[in-house]
Design a protein. Structure first.
Length: 176
């Protein structure tokens, strides 16, 4: 499975952070609307990401819920019929939650930086340092820690849970 080092933080000033990241970025950002449905999965997390009516990804991942940089193992399977797949997986496994967000994706080297506007939660920064096969998690953590410093992210802003868990803890659905 592919691996990355992930960090997530709550942010207060989306525009100011956007400007900081834009100065460091390798190019212009992509704006992506995402609708993620999570399914009951005892060995990690399974979500269907709908990007368009005819384009989505089934994503399985394993990642500890802890503050700070953490290793995530994941695999992606594209689909051209996300609505039908969502229905099938919901019937088979049960839905565990849904997250609707608008993601602004920047690239800095091997790192994907996401400025996320999450419906029902607010604004977050999430980044993923994509590890090459020969890179250790420790090498990715060094990159992640450097970016935290360069972006001025305080450790108390770091989040240890997935968006779906934060929404479920509030008892809120993304359409509320």
């Amino acid at each position: 499975m592919a691996r990355n080092i992930e960090i997530k933080a709550r942010i207060d000033d989306f525009s100011a952070l956007y400007e900081k990241i834009a100065l460091l970025s390798d190019g212009l950002p992509d704006l992506i609307d995402q609708d993620d449905t999570f399914f009951v999965c005892p060995h990690g997390r399974l979500k269907l990401r709908t990007l368009a009516p005819d384009r989505g990804e089934l994503i399985f991942y394993q990642r500890p819920d802890k503050v700070g940089p953490k290793t995530s193992f994941y695999t992606l399977s594209p689909t051209q019929d996300p609505d039908s797949l969502r229905e099938t997986l919901t019937l088979a496994y049960g839905a565990a939650g849904r997250v609707i967000k608008q993601r602004t994706l920047f690239m800095i080297g091997q790192t994907r930086l996401h400025l996320d506007r999450v419906k029902g939660l607010g604004d977050y920064l999430e980044f993923e340092v994509v590890l090459a096969d020969d890179e250790t998690p420790e090498q990715g953590i060094v990159i992640a820690e450097d970016l935290l410093e360069r972006l001025g992210i305080n450790r108390q802003e770091l989040v240890d849970q997935a968006y779906v868990d934060l929404l479920n803890a509030q008892g809120r659905r993304p359409h509320d």
